[in-house]
Design a protein. Structure first.
Length: 254
């Protein structure tokens, strides 16, 4: 599954069709010679299964059509352990190892939809905090010109790299780093989405947003998915999107 060469301002697009070769996660790095194929007949490699998920998401208020289109093309089952792949298109958070979870599809759709709606256009540069298995990063790479995604757990950073290899998303950069410091390498960003929850947004995130930029993150106790827009003179407006239950934002690299 490869994307056409990137042109400035041209949306990254995964082809509507499935990849020619689908490999089983966890057994060998994807794209490595000799990696075994997923058994045929699992049904998970059918675009129709993803379409069912997307139609259920479409029924929720406020979902952005470009985000839904991206989610109809990114194969979520490829980001999961084969034992969990049958649940890939239900609206579930599922374990990805190291005490972490893949976000629910509705949460991925919600965060990305809020960003696209609040910006009023496709982000040129977006920062994701918490790559995990890489699923949300792949969706974000389809709706943004350029995505930086930071993960603090080396094993997950490497898992995401393997999971994403066959999707060939040249506009997605994975970084192993403590996302509490944002990612200065790509700053300033039009948008920042965090998949991990903190008491408040770290100062670096706010600094690395451009004026007019939008941040969506689970914040506070109890957690609320919160959106913030950077105004001029370092001021912010913020609003609550919905109640949330995310894994915690932690410091340091493991
Ligand atoms: N984006 C993932 C969700 C991963 S869960 C998806 O597609 O579903 C949240 C991730 O945030 C975990 O992998 C966790 O290790 C990571 N995380 C927590 N604190 C972090 C930090 N300070 N910097 C980078 N990643 C962090």
């Amino acid at each position: 599954m490869s994307l056409p060469p990137r042109r400035a301002g041209f949306p990254a697009r995964l082809p509507a069709q499935e990849p020619q070769r689908v490999e089983r996660p966890g057994t060998a790095p994807r794209g490595s010679p000799g990696a075994p194929p997923v058994p045929t007949g699992s049904g998970m490699d059918s675009p129709a299964v993803r379409c069912g998920m997307v139609e259920r998401l479409r029924a929720l208020p406020g979902m952005h059509p470009q985000v839904l289109e991206a989610m109809s093309r990114v194969p979520r089952h490829l980001f999961l352990d084969p034992g969990l792949a049958a649940q890939a298109y239900l609206d579930n958070a599922l374990p990805i190892g190291h005490g972490q979870t893949i976000s629910k599809p509705s949460v991925v759709a919600r965060a990305a939809s809020v960003v696209l709606q609040a910006l009023g256009e496709r982000p040129r540069k977006l920062l994701e905090i918490g790559t995990g298995c890489g699923y949300q990063a792949a969706v974000l790479a389809c709706v943004s010109d350029e995505v930086y995604s930071v993960e603090r757990i080396r094993a997950l950073h490497e898992l995401a790299r393997r999971n994403l290899r066959s999707l060939r998303l040249p506009n997605l950069r994975l970084l192993l780093a403590d996302g509490m410091a944002g990612a200065p390498v790509g700053a300033p960003y039009d948008a920042l989405i965090s998949a991990a929850a903190g008491e408040q947004a770290p100062a670096a995130w706010l600094e690395q947003l451009r004026p007019g930029g939008v941040l969506v993150a689970p914040l506070g106790e109890p957690q609320r998915l919160t959106a913030m827009r950077k105004l001029n003179a370092g001021r912010f407006e913020s609003w609550v999107v919905e109640q949330a239950r995310f894994v915690p934002l932690k410091s340091g690299i493991l």
